[in-house]
Design a protein. Structure first.
Length: 255
């Protein structure tokens, strides 16, 4: 009898610990005002999209860190919506690899391992190469104007030493490039790659000399596109991504 009482008491203690842990996790989400990431006010028929975008931006922005638990009821209260669009939003984000859904414990923000980073850059290097080639083949004066404008803003950011602006303009450069490729599947895949890159803990532009190096790498891509040289544009884009990979790995490994 005493053993049964002890077992029952152990179970109660375990449950209390689980509740306390879950409450602490809830507090992490409650302390963050997710509404600041709502680009559009949730409306009928569009609530799931709005919730998905808000959660995605909070994750990509680093406000929701890896290993943070995401409770449907807590998020629903935070965004003043029902649990249904939150549930669907978490399912979408799981499909994108941004969160992990577990059978009995709920949903947690996914992290990126060294293996993930290596796999990411293998894919990115090749996809960016394809984007460069297609952009060169489809080159227009409008594309060159956009690339030159972004390149100029990046150069100004490098001169000021503004890492945040450098990272933003670098992403914009690649957005212009993939849009110019005119391939909806490629653009979709590269958008997912961008989301993964934005989740990495620090920008490669924090490394000495990286800003100037990126300017030179972008110039090579633009020059090849201007000449409508698909082979050279693909090679330049792949080299750019290979260098980014090497810098990233050095940061991760502390070398």
């Amino acid at each position: 009898m005493n053993e049964k009482r002890a077992t029952r008491a152990d179970r109660v203690t375990s449950r209390r610990r689980q509740v306390a842990t879950r409450s602490a996790r809830d507090d992490d989400t409650l302390n963050l005002d997710l509404s600041q990431y709502l680009r559009d006010t949730p409306s009928w028929g569009r609530t799931t999209d709005a919730v998905t975008n808000a959660l995605r931006e909070a994750i990509l922005d680093g406000a929701l860190q890896p290993s943070v638990w995401l409770r449907e009821d807590v998020i629903a209260r935070n965004l003043n919506v029902s649990r249904t669009p939150v549930r669907e939003a978490l399912r979408r984000l799981a499909d994108e690899g941004l969160v992990i859904k577990t059978a009995h414990h709920g949903t947690v923000v996914a992290g990126l391992s060294l293996e993930d980073i290596l796999a990411l850059y293998v894919v990115r290097e090749n996809l960016e190469g394809v984007a460069g080639r297609l952009a060169a083949v489809r080159c227009t004066p409008e594309l060159l104007s956009k690339l030159d404008a972004v390149h100029k803003r990046l150069a100004q950011a490098v001169e000021r030493g503004n890492v945040k602006e450098m990272a933003r303009e670098n992403l914009e450069f690649h957005r212009v490039l993939r849009a110019a490729a005119g391939n909806s599947y490629l653009e979709r895949f590269l958008t997912q790659v961008e989301h993964a890159v934005r989740r990495l803990p620090a920008s490669t532009f924090t490394q000495p000399g990286r800003g100037q190096a990126v300017l030179a790498e972008h110039e090579a891509i633009i020059d090849a596109i201007r000449r409508r040289d698909g082979d050279a544009a693909e090679a330049a884009a792949k080299k750019h991504m290979h260098e980014a990979r090497n810098v990233r790995l050095a940061m991760v490994l502390g070398s």
